[in-house]
Design a protein around this ligand. Structure first.
Ligand code: PMV
Length: 299
């Protein structure tokens, strides 16, 4: 995915993602299932003449590049401009910061002539993610580096593997209209869980059980069962205090519009939801868009 260009530019890309099942609980030791999107981020390091001025990196891409140099153990590149392109909505739970981190690692690796494996890229990118999110589980960086439909366990040891679906999941992404802050959402839930372990631990275990049952439903091509599991996962996330009235409304509208199931995706507190279409995902996306929620199919 990385390519040194003849002009002295080097680039790399990272894919966006939706968490199909298991967000938040994955931080607390449960598995998650994640799906790479066709949308993503591309970073190109373009030689700048005259040399760009030094000083502290300020923008997110500049900070990501400085951190990428640190984790790759190479000097921070001088005289380059970071060009970021992509079609991924930002700060709505679709993995834009992980995609940026992965793309930056790949671009810098290409710039210095390194070829890290996808797993190494994910590990480096997860270090960069700490700049943005504090203590990420690694699920976003893994999805951004590998793409596809994946089972993920944070570990240690970190473990992930492809999930084989007999057909692409007809999922639709719908935006609730507000941004979210992953770090704040994760830390808030961590504090609540610490203060009342006996209440939250069984909920995280129940989410883990849904993720396992969800994998079985996906592998069997049992869409109605998967839909039921998605909606149940939303209910538990809501119980954990990470949903919003808009996300709850969005889930209700999706179900009313014929979705087999729906849930918030990512950290919640705003951001996006996913809905499982019973037929063509494009049609469900259109119906949701007509109801006022910007939506698009995952593929
Ligand atoms: O950054 P988001 O919104 O995609 O959320 C990441 C998923 C969480 O489980 C909430 C956090 C994590 O690090 O796994």
């Amino acid at each position: 995915m990385s390519s040194p260009a003849a002009s002295g530019a080097a680039s790399g890309s990272g894919t966006g993602k939706v968490i199909v099942l298991g967000e938040h609980a994955v931080v607390h030791g449960e598995p998650a299932i994640v799906l790479g999107l066709s949308r993503g981020v591309r970073v190109t390091l373009v030689s700048a003449v005259p040399e760009s001025p030094g000083g502290q990196p300020e923008s997110a891409p500049e900070r990501a590049l400085a951190k990428a140099a640190q984790v790759l153990g190479v000097p921070a590149p001088k005289g380059v401009v970071v060009r970021v392109e992509g079609d991924l909505p930002v700060a709505v739970g679709l993995g834009s910061s992980a995609a940026l981190s992965v793309a930056t690692v790949r671009a810098l690796a290409a710039h210095v002539g390194l070829s890290p494996s996808d797993d190494d890229v994910a590990g480096f990118a997860n270090e960069i993610e700490r700049l943005f999110h504090g203590t990420p589980s690694g699920v976003d960086a893994t999805a951004a580096a590998h793409g596809g439909l994946r089972w993920f366990e944070a570990g240690p040891p970190r473990r992930h593997e492809p999930v084989a679906a007999p057909a692409p999941l007809p999922l639709v992404v719908a935006l609730s209209g507000s941004r979210h802050d992953t770090g704040r959402s994760v830390l808030g839930l961590r504090d609540r869980a610490r203060a009342a372990r006996e209440i939250y631990a069984p909920v995280f275990s129940a989410i883990g059980a849904l993720v396992r049952a969800g994998r079985t439903a996906i592998e069997a091509g049992d869409a109605p069962r998967l839909g039921e599991i998605l909606t149940m996962n939303h209910g538990l996330l809501r119980a954990c205090g990470v949903s919003t009235p808009e996300l709850d409304r969005l889930v209700d509208v999706a179900l009313r519009e014929g979705a087999l199931g729906a849930k918030l995706t990512g950290a919640g507190g705003g951001g996006a939801a996913i809905a499982l279409a019973s037929g063509e995902p494009g049609e469900l996306a259109e119906r949701l868009s007509r109801s006022g929620w910007e939506s698009f199919p995952v593929a």
